[in-house]
Ligand binder design. Structure first.
Ligand code: ATP
Ligand code: MG
Length: 245
């Protein structure tokens, strides 16, 4: 399906683009998703297309939150489904979290396609199709969630989430973990744990941390307590402006 030599210096970035293109062609990703991807790539380029030390600490803290949660939910949109479907299923398994399809531009067809796509990648239960819960403060379509999914969750991982919804979810008192390459984005700014890293790298990293932290309460608490969201956002900005780690 794709023909990029692995030796190409921008191999990963080109592979990522192809996955999003495929996602649009198969009705998983919206056209808006292409624009979001372009934005993300620009920030990734400025960050040196690597996981900074601060992003690694955020990934560790996020993994600890997922393990400590009473009910953790991983939110899946069209870009996430195109880029890391199997990786999200694996993270859910490693942390005991649920998976919920949650779209900014919600259509029944795209909801179904994404749920099927996740099942093809090994997901057993996929939430989001019931839509019997609402996020207060958002208009009707954008507010829809599952009452026993995101509606009930104490910890939510919302990668590449729209700023308004990220704010509304945080206002509900949920511990919000956000993956977003733009540290200035409102989504990153409202997160308890902003993970400024490419989702392609962030999700497998969280799974690794979760496996390492599993069963070690003290290490989980330490990962959470030593993480400072405001400092992480400043560090990401410095990395972009000055090429600092
Ligand atoms: P707002 O200011 O309301 O937060 P926005 O500028 O973030 O809006 P969107 O296009 O809705 O606009 O958000 C997409 C976000 O997702 C961008 O911040 C972009 O950097 C980020 N993003 C896109 N692709 C990836 C990716 N592969 N990994 C991580 N983040 C990504
Ligand atoms: Mg944003």
């Amino acid at each position: 399906e794709i023909d990029v030599p692995e030796s190409h210096p921008r191999y990963e970035s080109l592979l990522t683009r192809h996955r999003i293109e495929d996602g649009v062609e198969t009705g998983i990703t919206s056209k808006q998703g292409l624009i979001a991807q372009g934005r993300g790539e620009a920030f990734d380029y400025l960050l040196g297309e690597r996981t900074t030390d601060t992003a690694a600490a955020a990934e560790r803290a996020a993994a600890a939150h997922l393990l400590q949660a009473d009910h953790a939910v991983l939110s899946i949109n069209g870009n996430v489904a195109a880029l890391v479907p199997g990786e999200m299923v694996t993270l859910a398994e490693a942390t005991g979290a649920d998976l919920e399809v949650n779209l900014f531009n919600r259509t029944a067809a795209r909801m179904e396609r994404i749920a099927d796509h996740l099942r093809e990648h090994g997901a057993e239960d996929v939430l989001g199709l019931t839509a019997d819960g609402r996020i207060p403060g958002l208009d009707h379509e954008r507010a829809k969630v599952d009452a026993d999914g995101i509606g009930d969750a104490d910890v939510v991982l919302v990668p590449l989430e729209d700023g308004d919804r990220a704010e509304a979810l945080a206002d509900m008192g949920k511990t919000e973990l956000v993956v977003d390459l733009n540290p200035l984005s409102r989504s990153a700014q409202t997160a308890a744990v902003p993970i400024v890293d490419n989702i392609i790298r962030a999700v497998p990293a969280m799974t690794e941390h979760a496996r390492e932290l599993a069963g070690d309460e003290a290490a989980q608490r330490e990962a959470i307590e030593s993480f400072d969201a405001a400092e992480a956002l400043s560090a990401a900005e410095r990395a972009i402006r000055d090429g600092e780690l």
